[in-house]
Design a protein around this ligand. Structure first.
Ligand SMILES: [Zn+2]
Ligand SMILES: [Zn+2]
Length: 247
């Protein structure tokens, strides 16, 4: 399983980082975890091919995690001339929210039928879903987004890759990431208890219980970025756009 960090920034462009998007190659397929508004920019930088990605999983319906789908579908139509099927898997209401965003930004852009198949699949909390050779289990977290927000636990090739999405600490983050080969964890601040987000101090206090093999800290705002060199736990990797990790 190979993870490529397309974007690991927050909603505010902190550190000049792109918005959330992870590209995963596993079990002979590829998928995205989240699709922030800057996703295509990251794809161009890394010379990745949007048409080679059949599945996009969305953790929650905030623009820095799903708005890139607007441009993704425009690209599929006008530039990529996509003909292969695309599945978008996300929280309840994902299709309506994407259609509303598309209509606001590019009126009419989603009103004509794409030439490729387009499927929407809604996630149900703690219900394991198989999409081809990849299984995902969503765990509800604490992060208001107008729909349930999820942490996602992926299984493929006998590996486990987990992602907190955005959330303050909640106990559902334990089963979501328990003994994962890699747990991507949002780490908005260095210390304290930011509302609906986590700090490094909170994550550090739970690392032993999580028993994840490695943890990737992501979604850092400026003060956290400025102090990230103070994080010295050997299990922890600091995310950078373009980082590639083999699991
Ligand atoms: Zn976010
Ligand atoms: Zn969010």
């Amino acid at each position: 399983m190979r993870l490529t960090v397309v974007g690991c920034g927050d909603a505010f462009g902190s550190g000049g980082r792109l918005q959330t998007c992870y590209h995963v190659e596993a079990a002979g397929t590829r998928f995205l975890i989240d699709c922030g508004a800057s996703t295509l920019i990251g794809f161009h930088r890394l010379e990745l091919d949007p048409n080679a990605v059949p599945t996009i999983f969305i953790s929650h319906l905030h623009g820095d995690h799903y708005a890139g789908l607007v441009w993704w579908l425009l690209h599929a139509k006008h530039i990529g001339k996509r003909t292969t099927p695309l599945a978008i898997v996300g929280p309840p209401g994902v299709e309506a929210r994407l259609r509303a965003a598309s209509e606001a930004l590019f009126p009419g852009s989603l009103q004509t039928k794409p030439r490729h198949e387009l499927h929407f699949v809604e996630l149900t909390r703690e219900t394991r879903l198989s999409v081809g050779p990849v299984a995902v289990t969503p765990f509800e977290v604490s992060h208001p987004s107008g729909a349930p927000s999820y942490a996602l636990r992926f299984e493929a090739e006998g590996k486990v890759l987990s992602f907190t999405g955005d959330s303050q600490w909640v106990e559902s983050l334990v089963p979501a990431g328990q003994a994962a080969d890699l747990y991507i964890m949002e780490c908005y601040q260095f210390e304290g208890e930011p509302r609906y987000h986590m700090s490094w101090k909170t994550i550090a206090s739970h690392l032993d219980r999580l028993a994840a093999n490695r943890v990737l800290l992501t979604h850092m705002e400026e003060p956290m970025l400025a102090r990230r060199s103070e994080v010295s736990d050997p299990r922890v990797v600091l995310a950078e756009d373009g980082l590639v990790l083999d699991l």
